[in-house]
Design a protein. Structure first.
Length: 138
């Protein structure tokens, strides 16, 4: 069965800090090595937005700084994942989108349709998503 897998998408989210670990990454790379598959790693970060245009510049600045921090974490995770895959002898490409939640789900769904297998690792709060798009994409 593993020999039929040629491409694997590994979806990660970075929400807190650099010490977050990912079981999906280790599992996906191990499976890709066994199958001889290519891995695409999507290390995503959710872009925070303000719902009111009337917020202070201080608040807007804090949100901007947090968005930069989250995107930097995701980019660092993508680089580390690529190094992990390379050391395991697995062909790998990475991306680190920084989008609002609905856009991020749309990008993940699109990528999932292009791969034989998708493995998602996220915070428990992030896992409470509407999975209907994944079920209907088969």
């Amino acid at each position: 069965m593993v020999q039929n897998i040629k491409s694997i998408l590994i979806g990660l989210t970075k929400e807190f800090g650099p010490d977050e670990t990912s079981s999906a990454l280790a599992y996906g790379i191990s499976l890709a090595r066994q199958a001889g598959a290519h891995v695409t790693i999507q290390a995503a970060s959710i872009k925070l937005t303000l719902s009111s245009a009337g917020v202070s510049k201080v608040v807007a600045g804090l949100v901007r700084e947090e968005n930069q921090r989250l995107h930097s974490l995701a980019q660092a995770a993508a680089r580390a994942a690529e190094a992990h895959a390379s050391s395991a002898g697995v062909a790998c490409s990475t991306e680190s989108p920084h989008l609002n939640y609905p856009e991020l789900l749309a990008v993940l769904r699109t990528q999932a349709r292009l791969h034989d297998l998708t493995i998602v690792d996220a915070e428990s709060e992030s896992l409470a998503i509407d999975r209907s798009g994944f079920r209907s994409s088969a």
